[in-house]
Design a protein around this ligand. Structure first.
Ligand SMILES: *[C@@H]1O[C@H](CO)[C@@H](O)[C@H](O)[C@H]1NC(C)=O
Length: 182
């Protein structure tokens, strides 16, 4: 009996992995209890990552719901799109100070110190880079928060009042493919 059920599970798993692979897509929500950024959804625009942006102005197959849709592949973080590949990088150098940006079309256009891999979802269902949660800095464009990777700088790039957040992963069941502004 035991053998049979194990075999059944194994063949189910084989069937699942043989199916055409739609990536597991997700949105992100900022978690920082007691701060105004709490529950702000993540957006992608102008080659950067934000939370609480009123309009991200993406070009979508369907309606832009205003929030970015992501997936992880081989440790890289991507925006779910149509044809162009938009991939995130993290620049933790002295220049970048934890800058999170994304390239459009060709990841080799990332900055020289841009790291393309190191993303994962931790056991608390939070997106982390190299095991660390991001930080959010207020007063970015259109009143949004800019999102930075932890690089040992509390207030990167001349920002102030930045706070550590968790980026909670919210699975998206019917993702809309978009090209985000570069
Ligand atoms: C989106 O478009 C509106 C209207 O043109 C503009 O005010 C806003 O700044 C744009 N936002 C971004 C992130 O490009």
């Amino acid at each position: 009996m035991k053998f049979t059920s194990v075999a059944a599970v194994a063949s189910l798993a084989a069937a699942a992995s043989a199916a055409p692979s739609t990536p597991e897509t997700f949105g992100l929500v900022a978690i920082r209890s007691g701060d105004a950024v709490q529950y702000s959804g993540f957006n992608a625009a102008k080659g950067s990552l934000f939370a609480g942006l009123p309009k991200q102005n993406a070009t979508c197959e369907g309606t832009d719901d205003g929030f970015a849709t992501f997936y992880i592949k081989d440790g890289g973080l991507y925006l779910y799109g149509t044809d162009e590949t938009q991939q995130f990088y993290v620049d933790r150098s002295g220049m970048g100070q934890g800058k999170i940006g994304y390239t459009t079309g060709d990841s080799s256009s990332a900055p020289r110190n841009g790291e393309l891999t190191g993303w994962s979802i931790d056991k608390n269902n939070h997106l982390v880079f190299d095991g660390s949660s991001p930080i959010a800095c207020p007063n970015s464009i259109d009143g949004a928060y800019s999102i930075w990777a932890s690089a040992g700088v509390a207030n990167p790039a001349g920002n102030s009042d930045c706070v550590g957040i968790a980026a909670r992963v919210e699975k998206s069941d019917s993702p809309v493919a978009c090209t985000y502004s570069s």
